[in-house]
Design a protein around this ligand. Structure first.
Ligand code: UDX
Length: 458
């Protein structure tokens, strides 16, 4: 099928490249010329395992094209994805101005022939109908402009439907998640649009590109527009709440002398609970959970409902981000003048993303307390990206990080951190203390290497 993806951020680029890989003819549109130039040369502007390789292959096979020309993309696509950002406003609301600009642009360039316009961006509930309206506005503006101002215009000769198709991609596993989804959610009141979307995703539904090709076909959940939009928020809010829940349990474990990792195993084997997302630590961050939970709380507020549980999940998370600082205070007593080394900076492993990363909160608080903060992160250190990290010395390797530190804090559970030379690192430190902010390392091995090990809730 002919596909156009507008917006080549994280979601748009992964979607465009993966759809091209499964055999569709894709044009990706972005208004950033530099980025388009880079992508044309086969380079991905984001770090995502496996993406560059797929991208290069699709370019070579002539199944994907990158352009700044929206008119060309709209003309090409039978299915048009809107995949631009909806960043949070200070109130927690989503800023939908980019979605609005794209919807208007689609309307302005809509040619004859039926099109499906797909909302892939995480938009406020009810946006599907709003997108339809804005597209129609765009169409009418163009007709008025071409007919000459003030002249009555005929009924627009365009036919399109809007579908909400939320994504559930995890950063660092986005390509894998696209080919191995737990479900595909399609929200629309148009059966024609839904059947085109089913055709688009047929190879993924049939698991042709999945790791386990013999697994059962992927469930497709068809809903109305608002319900599909709500699925995205509810899924992320549930997962964020699940993590806040286990973090609260960890804090109680700390006080009563229980071990949260054993408790998580004990409750996770109950199939009604499930073992995933029960890893206690320094809290959730990233581009999705904080933004989506805040937006859902805000939407509920708009409708006169106080989302108490979600607000509590956020406040537990805010407090949890400081748990590493609290633990440092417990072991070092006075933090002023001490040096603390952070193992990891990104909000999770296998990404270079620092958006809403717990590390930022930890750095801010330690700096305020007069502590010198150093850090080593496998990606941030390598690429030299600073991400506004003004109060931290970024070291180039873990041993330089350990040198002269009074304590280390494992902030991100990068797999590399399992195999560092902790014995050597311990000898380089003023006092070999390790706060494991993700309960990620083997306590016994770390203690054997000469460290005092402090976990979260154990
Ligand atoms: C998330 C959702 O998983 C994905 O479906 C959605 O589309 C986008 O948001 P992502 O933000 O990439 O994906 O990361 P995820 O792996 O879900 O982790 C989010 C945060 O929770 C990270 O900071 C991670 O460290 C933390 N986390 C996760 C925990 O603290 N404990 C856990 O058990 C799991």
């Amino acid at each position: 099928m002919r596909v156009c993806v507008i917006g080549t951020g994280y979601v748009g680029l992964v979607t465009g490249v993966c759809l091209s890989h499964i055999g569709h003819d894709v044009i990706c549109v972005d208004n950033n010329e530099e980025k388009v130039k880079l992508m044309k040369s086969g380079q991905s502007p984001i770090f995502e395992p496996g993406l560059s390789e797929l991208m290069t292959a699709c370019i070579q096979e002539g199944r994907i094209e990158f352009t700044t020309d929206l008119a060309k993309g709209v003309e090409h696509g039978e299915i048009l994805f809107i995949a631009v950002g909806t960043p949070p406003l200070p109130t927690g609301e989503s800023d939908t101005r980019y979605v609005e600009a794209v919807a208007r642009g689609i309307g302005a360039h809509l040619n004859s022939g039926y099109k499906v316009i797909v909302n892939k961006s995480t938009v406020p509930i009810g946006s599907g109908d709003w997108v339809r309206m804005i597209v129609m506005d765009g169409v009418l503006e163009r007709q008025v402009a071409t007919a000459g101002g003030g002249v009555a215009v005929a009924e627009p000769d365009v036919a399109f439907d809007v579908v909400s198709n939320p994504e559930f991609l995890r950063e660092g596993c986005a390509v894998y998640d696209t080919f191995n989804p737990d479900r595909i959610v399609l929200g629309s009141n148009s059966s024609r649009a839904i059947s085109m979307m089913k055709e688009l995703y047929a190879p993924i539904v049939a698991r042709q590109f999945a790791e386990d090709k013999s697994g059962p076909t992927v469930p497709v959940v068809v809903t109305d527009l608002s319900s599909a939009e709500m699925v995205k928020y509810a899924a992320n809010a549930f997962l964020a709440t699940k993590i806040s829940f286990i973090n609260e349990v960890a804090n109680i474990c700390d006080r009563v002398g229980a071990d949260v990792t054993q408790v998580a195993k004990g409750i996770g084997l109950d199939s009604r609970i499930g073992g995933k997302f029960l890893q206690a630590g320094i809290g959730w961050g990233g581009s999705c959970f904080p933004k989506d939970v805040a937006a859902l709380v805000h939407t509920a507020d708009d409708y006169g409902y106080e989302a108490q549980l979600l607000k509590a999940a956020v406040s537990v998370n805010d407090r949890q981000r400081l748990i590493a600082v609290e633990k440092l205070q417990q072991v070092l007593k006075i933090l002023k003048g001490k040096t603390v080394g952070l193992l990891g900076l990104t909000f999770k492993p296998d990404t270079d993303d620092m958006r809403d990363a717990p590390a930022l909160t930890i750095i801010e608080h330690l700096t305020r307390l007069g502590t010198k903060v150093k850090a080593y992160d496998p990606l941030v250190s390598q690429t030299g990206m600073r991400h506004g990290l003004s109060n931290v010395i970024v070291e180039t390797d873990p041993e330089r990080l350990a040198d002269g530190c009074d304590a280390l804090v494992l902030v991100t559970d990068w797999s590399q951190f399992k195999t560092l030379d902790y014995t050597k690192m311990a000898t380089l430190m003023n006092s070999p203390i390790l706060i494991d902010g993700r309960n990620y390392l083997d306590q016994e091995a770390i203690e054997k290497a000469g460290f005092r090990y402090v976990g979260i809730g154990r």
